[in-house]
Design a protein around this ligand. Structure first.
Ligand code: ZN
Length: 150
């Protein structure tokens, strides 16, 4: 339990320290090729952290690193790894939410095709809502959203 709390604090500190660095990277990423996705970038940085951690372990075992330095460096790397892990989980979650919204909108668009215009065209301002809605997206007026009586 204490280990987890320590890790969370380390992650928080790493996030705080890395923030100016990250925002600078973000500004530069506008000129990067399209296939460098945030997910791929996070995975690559996580790999680097794990690689460093492995090297550190190796050098400590070989007696090249003092115990205090080893502990400090290890805490840093673990904190960074935890932060990157949380960041990629966040990115994954956002991607899922986006996909869900896309499906919802696609379903509503398909529905609209089979509906008469009074179900999505506003009677007050004439705005054509992109999907069938109860209230106009432009002026907020109620849209008669019932099957028409024939
Ligand atoms: Zn309207």
């Amino acid at each position: 339990m204490f280990f987890v709390i320590g890790l969370l604090i380390a992650a928080g500190l790493a996030a705080f320290v890395a923030t100016p660095l990250l925002s600078r990277e973000g500004a530069a990423s506008a000129s990067l090729p399209v296939d460098v996705t945030p997910m791929a970038d996070l995975a690559r940085r996580r790999l680097v952290v794990y690689e460093n951690l492995k090297d550190l372990e190796f050098e400590y075992q070989a007696g090249k690193v003092a115990a205090q330095d080893y502990q400090n460096l290890k805490q840093n790397y673990l904190g960074e790894a935890a932060m990157l892990m949380a960041a990629s989980q966040e990115a994954e979650h956002l991607k899922e939410t986006d996909a869900l919204l896309e499906r919802e909108i696609a379903a509503r668009r398909a529905l609209r095709k089979n509906l008469p215009p009074q179900d999505y065209v506003c009677p007050r301002c004439g705005f054509e809502n992109p999907v069938p809605v109860k209230f106009c997206g432009e002026c907020g007026a109620r849209i008669a959203n019932r099957p028409s009586i024939t």
